[in-house]
Design a protein around this ligand. Structure first.
Ligand code: INS
Length: 334
């Protein structure tokens, strides 16, 4: 059986998912592109030969010709659209964040529990990136000893919108690190502090965070949304016996005029191209089998990321360390 996928949101990520579904996703077909802007939906649908277009995001999940949904619309629509998928009994791959409000994440968890099954796989694609996979494996095999610290840099060329703020660095960009680090270390955070240097211009300055984990480890995260030079994500995991660091991903380098250079991607779609494909294949298997992929993020992980982000924004605003308080993990997500 072919999994007929509807994509909600025909912006940057919606178009990228459409390309992946159309070109790189065995077992799936691109059924519907949905966007409230009908012309935008039509453009993406034509580019990747989708069967149909729709301009009603709320009704797409219930369409009888749709088996599964990819939610790639603006952040604030993720939670209500996830709920509409659960109501329609359709599995969804929801772009991060699940919601910026942990209370909304709890509502989604309740809806899944009531439906008796997981429906939402969250698009924290970094879990599928080979570098984090190898870090997690190194830890599991004892290759670096007990983990003590994880350093993380997350740099974008420029903010996606001119009204981007330091708080949004924490709620929109940092959730990637919040999620993948707790996944690699297999722990939870207990506190967060956040700091910001001052830039000489009006652009958003980097946000620097320090988190403590329940296992007495330290995690630091630099989110620099206006790094200017390229899309650059780095991480190094420090253990008691050794460290493991991520290499920059480059297939080529240029040697020229007594120098050597490699290049950066302009954004995450290129850097994580393979991770997105692995993630989306795992999603199709989830739809086919009903078995939630063990490596993927669930609504619970979306709740955890939102809780940390909420504490992080308070830490930045109040200028002090804030405890990260979470509900106990429900049995349903164990
Ligand atoms: C995007 C996306 C990227 C991240 C950006 C964020 O929404 O999640 O992976 O690097 O900072 O704005």
């Amino acid at each position: 059986m072919t999994v007929r996928i509807a994509i909600i949101g025909a912006g940057l990520m919606g178009a990228d998912h459409a390309k992946i579904v159309a070109e790189d996703l065995p077992g799936a077909s691109l059924q519907v592109i949905c966007d409230m802007d009908a012309d935008r939906a039509r453009k993406v649908a034509d580019a990747y030969s989708a069967h149909d277009v729709d301009s009603g995001p709320d009704r797409v999940a219930a369409r009888p010709d749709v088996d599964a949904v990819i939610i790639a619309s603006p952040d604030f629509t993720h939670a209500p659209l996830s709920l509409s998928c659960i109501r329609a009994g359709k599995r969804a791959l929801c772009e991060k964040p699940l919601s910026q409000s942990s209370n909304e994440c709890l509502q989604i968890m309740k809806a899944e529990e009531a439906a008796g099954s997981k429906f939402i796989m969250l698009g924290f694609m970094r879990r599928f990136d080979q570098s984090y996979v190898e870090m997690k494996r190194a830890l599991a095999h004892g290759a670096i000893g007990r983990p003590l610290m994880m350093h993380n840099f997350h740099r974008n060329v420029a903010t996606p919108a001119s009204d981007f703020t330091g708080a949004m660095a924490i709620t929109n960009s940092a959730p990637h690190e919040f999620d993948v680090v707790r996944h690699v270390l297999d722990t939870e955070y207990v506190s967060i502090s956040a700091f910001q240097p001052k830039r000489s211009d009006a652009l958003v300055a980097p946000v620097y965070m320090v988190l403590e984990t329940a296992d007495d480890q330290l995690v630091n995260i630099e989110i620099n949304n206006n790094a200017a030079y390229g899309y650059d994500v780095r991480a190094e995991l420090v253990g008691e016996k050794a460290t493991i660091a991520m290499n920059a991903v480059n297939y080529t380098r240029v040697d020229r005029e007594l120098g050597q250079s490699t290049s950066y991607e302009a954004d995450w779609r290129g850097r994580y191209a393979e991770a997105y494909r692995r993630q989306n294949r795992a999603f199709v298997r989830f739809v086919e089998t009903g078995v939630f992929p063990h490596i993927a993020s669930s609504s619970w992980d979306g709740y955890c990321a939102a809780r940390v982000a909420e504490a992080g924004v308070r830490a930045l605003n109040d200028g002090r360390k804030i405890p990260v308080e979470m509900i106990a993990k429900p049995e349903f997500y164990a």
